[in-house]
Design a protein around this ligand. Structure first.
Ligand code: UDX
Ligand code: UDX
Length: 493
């Protein structure tokens, strides 16, 4: 049986709250601290402040038993052996991560350290943060022998965070001493030894007692870089497929077939090759910027990351121009916005492409009816209902009497629409899909003009035929009669 460890998690957001309940699920004694008193009150009264699959069940199972919620950071630190810092690390103006919340929390920890503690960076932080935390603790006069600072980055995808935590591809620990590494190994022993997976009510997933989680121990700097490099590489894959998608569209190819074709290469893999509106959320945008900032500080040319960002930003304009091409003018047009969260299965709207598109449409004078299964309350905080923006009770209410339906977030509910019912609801049967949830042929068969990303549009109306003819004649001008190949664009004479 694995040993119980007393753990303090500071921050009860998308990362901290998931970490707290998962450590409790693994059998540890957890105190979760937050300086947001209403949030702590909600948690103690049985509320669930964020949307995550399995979170309500695990909170109900462990609240008041293996996990307690408090605002008293000092008491929590004193009774814990390991202190996980999981507060926000938002992007600052220069692109660097804003670590002011981390520093604020470290200064509070400094006042409460007595016996040996392991302080853990769970939040995504740039390389050398570990050294800075040590420096701040020294400045507060903390005995260097009474603590170690380790890096233990999270690789949690919102919507599947609980599963990602308990069935990780890998656990990364950046430790500078044997004693700190030993504490971390004890904490993760239920997963790396496999005993957690043998429990009768363990969360099912890829790991098992026979194939337990892997733990990689490295230096703090390497661990901090692993996190930024992982997110930057995933963002790179997405921007790559989107750039290929824009090229595919120019030659009437189909990015979904292209993604399938390259994804079958075991060295590439099929994941994170979904073309569309691009990435958003509280991680990829800020982590790509922070990683680029770190490289600049070290005088290392990592311009590739700037291209990743630029391609991603462009995707929102590509989509907006598709809406313009389909509708000609936007002022007074009624549009359904299906999806507000930055991706499906989450209520998070931080840096959501969907929200940005809705704002652009409203600025252009369109009337928008938005719907999202989970993110509407958070959306109303930054985009309150108005004469030009309403929040619908369901998909078909949002689509009623609209000039076009826009799919902005890849919720499963949007991929399984009742297309007959949708056609009866809309004013014009036009769907502009930013997440490629449908096959063009399916939409054509149901009488829709369907526009998506990186694929030929399928048109129902005459206007569409003219657009198709224009595209065809443009292509023909590029092909030589002999070779039949597309010439590179003729040099300007
Ligand atoms: C954040 C970052 O977004 C992510 O990149 C990093 O890996 C982990 O931290 P997230 O959980 O999404 O992840 O942050 P957020 O949802 O903002 O939650 C942070 C929590 O910390 C909030 O509940 C906030 O009230 C709390 N907090 C913040 C404190 O308790 N003390 C502070 O000083 C600052
Ligand atoms: C990401 C990382 O996956 C996770 O490991 C890290 O800890 C936090 O950041 P998250 O941001 O929650 O997780 O969501 P993810 O599923 O990675 O999607 C990120 C964004 O990329 C979303 O906006 C999504 O719509 C977009 N995306 C994802 C694509 O556009 N295409 C894809 O193929 C995959």
């Amino acid at each position: 049986m694995s040993e119980k460890v007393s753990i303090c998690v500071i921050g009860s957001g998308y990362v901290g709250l998931v970490a707290a309940v998962c450590f409790a699920e693994m059998g540890h004694r957890v105190t979760c601290v937050d300086n947001d008193e209403p949030r702590v009150k909600t948690l103690n009264e049985g509320g669930v402040p964020i949307y995550e699959e399995h979170l309500p069940e695990l909170l109900a199972k462990h609240r008041g038993r293996n996990v307690k919620f408090t605002c008293d950071l000092g008491a929590a630190v004193r009774r814990s052996e390991a202190i996980f810092i999981a507060v926000g690390t938002p992007q600052g103006d220069s692109g660097a991560a804003d670590l002011s919340y981390v520093e604020a929390v470290v200064s509070e920890i400094a006042r409460s350290i007595g016996d040996y503690k392991v302080i853990v960076e769970k939040s995504t932080v740039p390389v050398y943060t570990n050294e800075w935390i040590c420096r701040v603790l020294h400045r507060y006069g903390v005995d260097p022998n009474s603590f170690d600072v380790v890096s233990n980055p999270e690789f949690l995808r919102e919507g599947t965070a609980i599963g990602d935590f308990l069935h990780p591809d890998r656990i990364v620990v950046g430790a500078g001493t044997e004693s700190a590494a030993e504490v971390m190994q004890r904490i993760y022993q239920p997963l790396t030894g496999g005993s957690y997976y043998s429990q009768p009510n363990a969360l099912p997933g890829a790991c098992s007692a026979l194939h337990p989680a892997k733990l990689l121990v490295t230096s703090p700097q390497s661990s901090e870089i692993i996190k930024h490099a992982s997110n930057a590489f995933l963002a790179l894959k997405i921007s790559f497929i989107n750039a290929v998608g824009n090229l595919a569209e120019a030659v009437d190819a189909d990015i979904e077939d292209i993604a399938a074709g390259i994804g079958l290469d075991s060295r590439i893999g099929p994941k994170f090759l979904r073309a569309g509106l691009g990435y958003g959320g509280s991680c990829f945008p800020k982590d790509v910027a922070a990683f680029h900032w770190v490289a600049q500080q070290c005088d290392v040319d990592f311009q590739l990351l700037e291209e990743v960002r630029k391609i991603n930003e462009t995707q929102r304009d590509v989509f907006y121009n598709k809406v313009l091409s389909a509708l000609w003018t936007l002022r007074g047009k009624r549009l359904a916005a299906l999806g507000l969260a930055f991706k499906g299965d989450t209520d998070d709207i931080r840096d959501s492409p969907a929200i940005e598109i809705v704002k652009k449409l409203l600025d252009a004078g369109a009337l928008v009816s938005g719907f999202d299964p989970e993110a509407m309350e958070r959306s109303k905080e930054i985009l309150p209902p108005s004469e030009t923006l309403n929040y619908a009770s369901d998909i078909y209410e949002a689509a009623r009497d609209t000039d076009a339906v826009l799919i902005l977030t890849d919720w499963k509910a949007f991929a399984t629409l009742d297309l007959q019912r949708l056609k009866q609801a809309v004013r014009f049967p036009i769907v502009i899909d930013g997440r490629n949830l449908y096959k063009p042929q399916t939409m054509l068969e149901h009488g829709f003009t369907y526009v998506s990303m990186g694929r030929p549009a399928s048109h129902q109306d005459q206007l569409g035929q003219a657009a198709k003819q224009n595209a065809r004649s443009r292509r023909e001008s590029m092909v030589t009669p002999l070779s039949g190949r597309c010439l590179p664009f003729a040099p300007s004479t």
